[in-house]
Design a protein around this ligand. Structure first.
Ligand code: FAD
Length: 387
């Protein structure tokens, strides 16, 4: 196991970078690290998103998981794969593609590890069709704060004995335990794709078109909207409806989509902006009731740019760092809206309220944190309410 200083991942910690870095290569080594050390520990995969969520208030030890890089078992007949937490998603996808299969998660960052994808609850445009981490993760092995190892789920899709801990670790940003192994249900790689791209004059029309698709019998993999800065969000934007299936189906569905939407250009692949994320200033992840898309776009400053998964109520927006976050959150609250800061310039990051108002569930979240990590040594301060 390698140990040393690591300046690259300083963003995960408030102020100075981590004191020490370790890179264990087995789950047993991860357990040894947590058992044999005291002090605070932050697990990190590729570190592509250590800037996401609030910075840790302390990090004595950065636990880099990239040494846990084995695909343990792939059972193509069962559409299941078991892989360690440090395996890169793109590496796994290449291996699965050789068998005509995929893990149906498409977060944009190319280097992301499976542990990081679970820790950050990362997904992409195709969540409309396949769901997110919690829908696809069927088993997980975790090393707890005291070095004990806990397993949940297994290698079959229907395994409902006991608590489904994978759901708890999803989005926990390493605050409840270090994920060392993951088991996923897979999907066949669709053989053909067809995209319909429609210009959209304004946010109201974007909402109307998205609702038309959502209420239709069409089964798109993704419905994405992209807008650029300089005009009200959604004005002069582009909507893409993506179909992925067998050739006959995607052709029939894209023709039906053009008829339904009153026009649109058909192509064999989505435009280059599809799945990319906005950048600059504050990058926010907005979640809201899908029908409220036009009202959420209207609440954004004119200088914003971004993309929205128009039928699932998720948008990523880059807004000026001077944006009044409290006012934006209040404006979208009636639509069950939330705005989480993903990225911020270093000089404003410390003082930001990354997560927004803490909901009624905070008491429950605190009790869960106390149960799993009573000494508050794992990723302290990363989660909502400073947990
Ligand atoms: C601007 C921006 C846009 C983004 N857009 C999207 C998007 O469109 N869709 C989407 O869903 N995601 C998006 N992401 C999130 C991003 O895709 C994920 O954060 C990334 O996939 C995580 O992979 P990683 O290996 O780099 O993890 P890291 O950055 O290393 O870690 C991510 C988190 O998980 C924790 N963690 C890492 N490994 C483990 C482990 N083994 N056990 C426990 N905890 C662990 C870390 O402590 C950290 O909190 C976006 C992020 C940003 C900043």
């Amino acid at each position: 196991m390698a140990a040393g200083k690591d300046a690259r991942t300083g963003a995960v910690v408030a102020g100075a970078g981590p004191a020490r870095t370790v890179r264990p290569t087995t789950a047993a080594e991860v357990a040894d690290v947590l058992r044999d050390t005291s002090g605070t520990v932050v697990p990190v995969g590729s570190g592509t998103k250590t800037g996401w969520a609030a910075p840790a208030t302390s990090c004595d030890l950065l636990l880099r998981t990239t040494g846990l890089d084995r695909v343990v078992e792939h059972a193509p007949g069962d559409l299941v794969v078991v892989a360690e937490a440090g395996v890169r998603l793109d590496t796994l996808q290449r291996q699965l593609a050789g068998h005509g299969q995929m893990l149906a998660l498409d977060p944009p960052e190319p280097g992301a590890t499976l542990g990081g994808v679970v820790g950050a609850n990362a997904s992409g445009p195709r969540r409309l069709r396949y769901g997110t981490v919690r829908d696809l993760l069927i088993g997980v092995t975790v090393v707890l704060a005291d070095g004990r190892t806990a397993k949940s789920g297994g290698k079959v899709v229907k395994n409902v004995a006991g608590y489904d801990l994978g759901k708890l670790y999803t989005g926990a940003h390493g605050g409840l335990g270090v994920v060392v192994s993951t088991t996923w249900r897979l999907h066949p790689l669709p053989p053909a794709a067809r995209a319909v791209v429609v210009p959209v004059p304004d946010a109201a029309e974007a909402g109307r078109l998205a609702a038309l698709v959502a209420r239709s019998t069409l089964t798109p993999t993704a419905v994405e909207l992209r807008w650029e800065a300089g005009r009200a969000a959604g004005t002069g934007s582009e909507l893409v409806v993506l179909f992925e299936s067998i050739e006959e189906s995607v052709r029939a569905q894209s023709r039906a989509a053009v008829a339904l939407l009153g026009g649109g250009a058909e192509a064999d692949a989505p435009p280059s902006w599809f799945g990319a994320r906005p950048s600059g200033g504050l990058v926010l992840r907005l979640a809201f009731e899908p029908f409220a898309l036009p009202r959420v776009l209207a609440a954004l400053p004119e200088a914003s740019s971004g993309t929205a998964s128009a039928c699932t109520g998720v948008a990523y927006a880059a807004v000026p760092h001077t944006t009044d976050l409290a006012a934006l959150r209040a404006a979208i609250a009636p639509y069950d809206g939330s705005a989480v800061v993903l990225e911020a310039p270093d000089d404003v990051r410390q003082g930001l309220d990354h997560w927004g108002p803490v909901a009624d569930s905070f008491g429950l979240m605190t009790r869960v944190k106390d149960q799993f990590d009573p000494g508050r040594r794992l990723s302290p301060g990363r989660l909502i309410g400073g947990l």
